[in-house]
Design a protein around this ligand. Structure first.
Ligand SMILES: [Zn+2]
Length: 483
């Protein structure tokens, strides 16, 4: 499999550090609010990657953190504490907020068919891991104490900017709007490993540490949690592209300074979901959540389908019109699969192998899910029996997770019911409101006709007419209206 590695900026053959078990780490959500569908695009694509690795035979251990402490509104340690902000907004405790939005996140994932990672670890569970790492960084001179906080010293590294050739002036603290310069920092990109003294006196969660009571910075949690569960080497570290700097850059700085060797083999970054006026965010425009999609009548899986239609390294533009098109295409796809007849002969393994090669060629090519979807349409067009087609669709959907067979089976049932209903005597209320009493009389008239008691049938019709109801016979039924 070929994967684009954002660290080398090259497409590379995927060779795991340990072929027996691929280690995968995902930066999880900061649980102070709902995730917007732009955040969820990253989790969808990472889910496809994990499932594809399993599909091609790897065992995978995937770990994700839940940020419930230490993340400030600016990723560079400035601004408000996000969790506190959420708690104040909703007049709840930080832990209540964390629980509520963690559950909401996984409920969204569920609706989007995103598998829960093997390990999900809240940041507040691993305080001793951070303390151990920070202690060594201080001992080895990579960190320093200033103004009561512990900082990572970025000047100690040969190379700090690993992902992009940033212009250092662009990143200077203090020039960004609303950001106060932290005078304790020796270098402008130094970052906090542990806060003891800060402007957040009302921070609810604090722990004892060798440097005083306080709490960890945001970046250290991913290093601590990943090392706890995956050891010293990670094969694939993923996240949204907005995490590349400073978050992932800082994760690498502190992890490699601590470990003394290269930490992550492949970095996978998913590009933004944009609206027509730029990058999607919680504060700008309509707050697009999975619940909102549902309220507007969309199937969340159709949003997944929308994401899979384009490559993860291209930014994707969200408009309601684009989602309408995706929903329509998804419905048509389900209808086509529903039209296939299950148990239609034996599965043709040769045909399956050929179609599977096409599917894999797409995903092996840096997870090109849109080619994977094309392979799905190729199955529908293939010259083979329905059983083989359904087998291929079920097989590919282990990776795509579009609920194709389940939805098609439900559609088939629905069509069957409609067919049965069509064969029964149907009564239509022409002005739209059914009326049990009138229907009972129409049934009685039908029964009278069946029994060839036409006098009674006419009598019932006349009675209805006298009551202001006109009945007209239609094939296999009757319609009525007020006159
Ligand atoms: Zn992270």
């Amino acid at each position: 499999m070929i994967l684009y590695n954002s660290a080398s900026r090259k497409r590379e053959e995927f060779v795991p550090h340990n072929p027996e078990l691929v280690s995968m780490y995902t930066c999880g959500p900061t649980v102070y609010h709902f995730a917007h569908i732009g955040n969820l695009r990253s989790y969808i694509m990472e889910d496809v990657l994990e499932k594809y690795l399993r599909y091609i035979g790897y065992s995978v251990k995937r770990v994700m953190n839940i940020t419930d402490v230490g993340h400030l509104t600016s990723d560079a340690d400035e601004g408000e504490d996000k969790m506190l902000k959420g708690a104040k907004r909703e007049h709840k405790s930080v832990m209540e907020i964390a629980k509520y939005y963690t559950d909401a996140f996984f409920s969204d994932c569920n609706k989007l068919n995103i598998k829960r990672p093997d390990v999900v670890e809240p940041a507040t569970n691993c305080i001793e891991d951070y303390i151990r790492i920070i202690t060594k960084l201080l001992d080895t001179g990579y960190a320093y104490l200033a103004g009561g906080n512990v900082y990572f010293d970025t000047s100690k590294l040969d190379r700090y900017y690993v992902f992009n050739d940033f212009n250092e002036d662009d990143l200077a603290v203090g020039v960004r709007e609303g950001v106060e310069e932290d005078v304790n920092k020796r270098n402008k990109n130094d970052f906090v490993l542990w806060f003891t003294k800060s402007k957040f006196e009302d921070q609810a969660l604090k722990w004892d540490s060798p440097w005083g009571t306080g709490y960890p910075g945001w970046h250290i949690e991913c290093s601590g949690i990943s090392m706890k569960h995956l050891g010293e080497y990670i094969d694939i570290h993923c996240g949204g592209i907005d995490n590349a700097f400073p978050h992932h850059t800082n994760e690498i700085a502190q992890s490699e300074a601590y470990l003394g060797h290269k930490w992550v083999k492949y970095w996978m970054h998913v590009l933004h979901l944009n609206t027509t006026d730029g990058k999607m965010s919680k504060s700008k425009g309509e707050f697009l959540t999975v619940s909102l999609l549902e309220e507007k009548g969309y199937d969340p899986v159709a949003y997944r389908f929308f994401c899979l239609q384009s490559h993860y390294r291209k930014s994707l533009v969200f408009t309601w019109e684009n989602l309408d098109n995706a929903q329509l295409a998804y419905n048509k796809l389900i209808a086509k699969i529903a039209a296939l007849k299950p148990d239609d002969g034996e599965v043709d393994r040769t045909v399956y192998e050929t179609l599977k090669q096409k599917f894999m060629a797409g995903l092996d090519n840096d997870l090109n899910t849109s080619l994977g979807i094309t392979a799905l349409y190729d199955v529908l067009k293939a010259k083979t029996n329905d059983a083989t087609k359904l087998f291929c669709i079920g097989d590919f959907d282990q990776v795509l997770s579009l609920s194709l067979l389940e939805k098609a089976a439900a559609k088939r049932e629905e069509l069957k019911k409609q067919a049965v209903t069509a064969g029964e005597f149907t009564i239509i209320a022409e002005d739209g409101t059914p009326d049990a009493e009138i229907e009972a009389k129409i049934y009685a008239r039908r029964d009278a006709k069946k029994a060839k008691n036409f006098a009674l049938a006419d009598q019932i019709r006349d009675e209805l007419k006298a009551a202001g109801i006109e009945v007209t016979d239609i094939p296999n039924g009757a319609k009525w209206k007020h006159i």
